[in-house]
Design a protein around this ligand. Structure first.
Ligand code: NDP
Length: 610
């Protein structure tokens, strides 16, 4: 922070927005561009303050805080014109405040424990208050301790003085889940890449990712071998290893390449809207073409034409391991390409997590944030298109293979349910493609082996394991079971979609009639937390919905084996981990308001259990 007056880690006095009260805060980072300091208060609240609203401890103890109002009172000769600019300023205040009164106030402020979020739950959980709070600033939450409203506040309300991170709540159309991650990103980015400490490394650091890079592909291979075996139980370990020649085929490799090319061409079609991504650290935004739904439709048309031409999609089932190894080779080559090209990326274009300076670690995590070839965004493309649409296509291939292998006139109800349920999930994901732009994968993670493997190998080859399993392990379903599973998937989908849409709508515009009835808890950041409806039931209802759907996808395979439940086990593990990480970040972001939310809504994902 060469141009900053205060350094990261400094303990200083920061003015509470909209008041003349100063609290001890710690400097977390400094943005050279906006000239704002991110500081953290003792209760965990983080805000961005201007330099003029921060003063050193020594200066403060000497009674010389460098706030504008303070310096004015010490400077009687200052022209009055500037004071009258504030419409909020009262004549009473301007005429009667003396230096002594101000000094008293500041002294008082120091003695008041900082409790900006200390209002009771009952007082806060009504939507009227919420709307008021949303429309003003977070300063209202501290109204019990802030007596003096100054010129600062009106400027604040005008939106200029403090950055309280309300941008998204005010309806710019972006969800905020990524906000803290961006902040974390800023924090990490203030350090030179090589300064990321070994203790900051994820997945067990260099050693951990080294093993993961081998273990993950092998684990998926083992799953596929097990799924394809007649006796797919775990007791059939050690696996009957396939012959080496059944693991590779150049023709299959060519088909996978063609598939990628086909999807890439579809993604470049000038149909669908162009939207801005989240702001990057250089202040710019990238444009993204949202045309996934068209790509899905055109792929369906292409599959229809191929069927008409009597193309046998069960070929995919017969060569499934070869398809997987081909995808794995492409993942490896693509990761190498991404790593090499990142050498020429500017510092601005690097992801914070993938620049430790350790080659193996950075190769795994991904160095570049948004690798692009002209307008073609490689990460955005891989995240949604070849893997997700490929998942649906593979499921369909398994459906054809089942009919062929089991001499069926039509697919089994179990296979149909798995296909339809998962198709619904993929269509939903692609329909809401734009929301991906605010997710951690796009905003925070670099594009390296981890994501390329996840997108191009893990998703299409493990999420299809139920359909793959059913080809050689038929499972009869009674009408009762069919109805139960449809209901279960419907309930899961309803919870998943409603929770996500509600949060999205609320963050976009809290006054939206669709969400304005919800009870909320205000937070010091200016954003609020929904505390009624689905978000008042558990703290992550969207995860619960996702897991219920995952169960409905596995149950059609019956109870003979554990293998078809792989996806469900993976999903629960992933979402519990994601929940832990998200809660840690929310606690940091929202301080005592988050604690209050946790008290009001004690369960994280599973009501009454966890
Ligand atoms: P969420 O969409 O749940 O976002 C979490 C964020 O929501 C928090 O950081 C917080 O951010 C905000 N939030 C939390 N509680 C509240 C509240 N009470 N009121 C208002 N805002 C709140 O998390 P993800 O991005 O992890 O998940 C998105 C979807 O993707 C989920 O449905 C999930 O199931 C799905 N998913 C599926 C995966 C799969 O493999 N099937 C993998 C990963 C995700 P802020 O306050 O800043 O807005």
């Amino acid at each position: 922070m060469p141009n900053a007056r205060f350094q990261i880690g400094d303990t200083v006095m920061g003015r509470w927005p909209g008041s003349n009260l100063y609290y001890e805060v710690k400097v977390l980072s400094f943005d050279n561009k906006t000239r704002l300091y991110t500081v953290i208060y003792k209760d965990g609240t983080e805000l961005e303050l201007k330099e003029s609203d921060i003063t050193s401890l020594t200066m403060f103890k000497q009674g010389v805080p460098r706030s504008r109002s303070r310096s004015r009172s010490r400077s009687p000769g200052r022209p009055r014109r500037s004071r009258s600019r504030s419409p909020a300023r009262t004549s009473r205040r301007s005429s009667t405040r003396t230096t002594e009164v101000r000094r008293e106030k500041l002294k008082e402020a120091l003695e008041v424990r900082l409790t900006p979020l200390s209002m009771t739950h009952e007082n806060n959980t009504n939507s009227k208050h919420e709307k008021k709070e949303e429309n003003n600033t977070a300063t209202n939450t501290a109204s019990t301790i802030i007596e003096e409203k100054t010129e600062t506040e009106s400027e604040n309300q005008a939106g200029g003085r403090y950055n309280l991170r309300r941008r998204k709540d005010q309806g710019d159309g972006k969800t905020e889940q990524i906000e803290l991650e961006q902040k974390t990103e800023t924090l990490l980015q203030t350090k030179p890449p090589s300064a990321i400490k070994a203790t900051d490394l994820e997945f067990g650091g260099r050693v951990g990712v080294f093993f993961l890079m081998f273990l993950l592909p092998l684990a998926v291979l083992a799953l596929l071998i097990l799924c394809g075996q007649k006796d797919a139980s775990l007791q059939s370990f050690p696996l009957e290893l396939p012959a080496l020649q059944s693991l590779w085929d150049w023709q299959v490799f060519g088909i996978v390449l063609l598939w990628l090319l086909f999807q890439a061409v579809l993604s470049l079609l000038p149909v669908g809207k162009l939207v801005d991504g989240m702001p990057l650290k250089n202040g710019k935004t990238l444009k993204y073409r949202i045309n996934g739904f068209y790509a899905l439709l055109l792929t369906a048309v292409a599959v229809g034409v191929a069927l008409y031409q009597e193309v046998d999609f069960s070929y995919i089932h017969a060569h499934f391991l070869r398809f997987y190894t081909s995808a794995l080779l492409i993942v490896t080559l693509l990761s190498i390409y991404l790593f090499v090209r990142s050498r020429w990326a500017s510092k601005d274009e690097l992801a914070p997590g993938g620049n430790s300076g350790y080659i193996i670690y950075d190769f795994f995590m991904g160095r570049e944030l948004n690798p692009r070839i002209k307008n073609f965004d490689i990460k955005f493309f891989c995240e949604m298109r070849p893997g997700l649409i490929g998942w649906v296509l593979i499921n369909f291939a398994m459906l054809q293979a089942e009919m062929k292998h089991q001499n069926l006139e039509s697919p089994s109800p179990a296979m149909l349910l798995v296909n339809i349920f998962q198709l619904l999930w993929v269509v939903d994901g692609i329909w809401h493609e734009e929301k991906l732009l605010t997710m951690m994968d796009i905003v925070y993670d670099g594009f390296g082996f981890m994501l390329t493997f996840g997108d191009l190998a893990f998703v299409p080859f493990t999420f299809t394991c139920q359909a793959y399993y059913l080809v050689s392990h038929p499972n009869e379903l009674s009408v009762f079971w069919i109805i139960t599973l449809i209901t279960m998937n419907g309930v899961g989908y309803y919870i998943f979609r409603k929770a996500n849409s509600q949060k999205f709508a609320f963050r976009k515009n809290p006054s939206d009639p669709a969400v304005s009835h919800l009870k909320t808890i205000p937070t010091a950041t200016g954003k609020s937390l929904i505390v009624s409806g689905l978000w008042g039931w558990v703290r992550h209802p969207n995860y619960l919905g996702d897991i219920i759907m995952g169960l409905a996808w596995s149950l059609p395979c019956g109870f003979n084996h554990l293998i078809p439940y792989f996806y469900l086990i993976y999903l629960i593990t992933l979402l519990v981990h994601r929940n832990t990480r998200d809660e840690r970040q929310c606690r940091k972001k929202y301080g005592s308001a988050w604690e209050e939310y946790c008290k009001a809504v004690p369960y994280r994902i599973f009501p009454g259990i966890y």
